[in-house]
Design a protein around this ligand. Structure first.
Ligand code: SAM
Length: 326
């Protein structure tokens, strides 16, 4: 069953790449294409992760309307964006989520990143509405560690695990398991790899963006060296030049943005904040563009303006003059 799913997914990727050659594309002044849009649907969350970057948002004032989300998605699709990711806060707290998903233009790959606590009940409805896949954030399989990181309520870890099973049953695959590598969970990485293998998940090990100066980052560099030594093979993804390690049937992707010029040089994203502003970079809040309208043509202009405000954050080596061309 999994082999079939993987084969179908690979064929979809090939088809998408072929179609992409004929689509309009936004290209910024550094020659970087925009193919993905990440929309925060709400600043509200049912966890309090110690490290949370809140998608780079500073005091959002209101919650983006469903109408605006759909209009932005349509405008982005017209400009060649191919994948849409909903985030938050916790996107499953939006009561209109399934309705929103059902109104997104077909042809976009629609995914969401969730802490999974409310996923069990919603997975099937979201799949029926047109959601393609989910990322589930789960930093530890140990109740005490999970609780220390997230401030969760009793029983939440079991709810997340049930949510992963429900997402698998609903066909929201491939499911990615997001793990931020911290001192508290770095020793657990082998168990998390085993868990991912058993459940057919892709494990994403994410470097901590230590915006609050917590000093709790795990040693992701050492972990990546270990993966490199054990991997049967390694692949490099186009986005952010992320490395994927394949070992004994497990798939592990390593996301290392910090001080990484390659990461920024290959960024293909624009973001929308939970209060309806276009955000060219996770780490900057001085170049946002207020959307303020549901007029699709106007939103296209604003997306193009935001695209031209994109600058590699860790990429002083890149200059517009040396861009890779369009
Ligand atoms: N509540 C949802 C969730 O848990 O996936 C969506 C919001 S959360 C901000 C999105 C992703 O950002 C999660 O995978 C989380 O682990 C990651 N994240 C949050 N703060 C981070 C940080 N400081 N460094 C790296 N990743 C972070």
């Amino acid at each position: 069953m999994r082999v079939w799913r993987a084969a179908i997914y690979a064929n979809i990727l090939i088809l998408e790449a072929t179609l992409a050659a004929f689509m309009p594309t936004m290209v910024d002044s550094f020659g970087r294409k925009v193919t993905g849009l990440r929309i925060a649907l709400t600043p509200r969350c049912n966890l309090k992760c110690i490290y949370c970057h809140h998608e780079g948002e500073v005091k959002p004032q209101r919650e983006i309307s469903g109408e605006m989300v759909v209009s932005v998605a349509r405008a982005a699709a017209d400009l060649g964006v191919r994948s849409l990711k909903f985030t938050g806060g916790e996107p499953l707290l939006r009561s209109d989520l399934a309705d929103l998903v059902s109104r997104i233009p077909r042809g976009l790959d629609i995914s969401l990143t969730t802490n999974g606590i409310l996923l069990e009940k919603q997975a099937m409805r979201l799949a029926d509405a047109g959601l393609d896949r989910v990322n589930v954030s789960l930093d530890s399989l140990r109740p005490d560690v999970y609780s220390a990181i997230t401030g969760c309520r009793e029983g939440d870890l079991e709810r997340v695990l049930a949510g992963i099973d429900a997402a698998n049953s609903a066909g929201l695959v491939p499911i990615k398991l997001n793990v931020v590598v911290l001192k508290m969970n770095e020793a657990e990485v082998p168990q998390l790899i085993e868990f991912a293998r058993e459940h057919g998940l892709i494990l994403q090990l994410i470097e901590l963006l230590d915006l609050h100066g917590l000093g709790v980052s795990g040693d992701i560099e050492a972990i990546e060296r270990g993966l490199q030594a054990k991997a049967d093979h390694v692949r490099t993804r186009e986005m952010h030049r992320r490395k994927k390690y394949f070992l004994d049937g497990a798939e592990v992707e390593v996301v290392r943005p910090m001080d990484n010029t390659e990461f920024c040089a290959n960024c293909t994203r624009l973001r929308v904040t939970s209060d309806g502003k276009i955000k060219p970079c996770l780490l900057r809040s001085d170049n946002l563009i207020e959307i303020g309208t549901c007029d699709c043509e106007r939103i296209k202009e604003l997306l193009q303006e935001a695209n031209m405000r994109r600058e590699p954050y860790f990429g002083k080596v890149l200059t517009p003059a040396k861009s890779k061309g369009s």
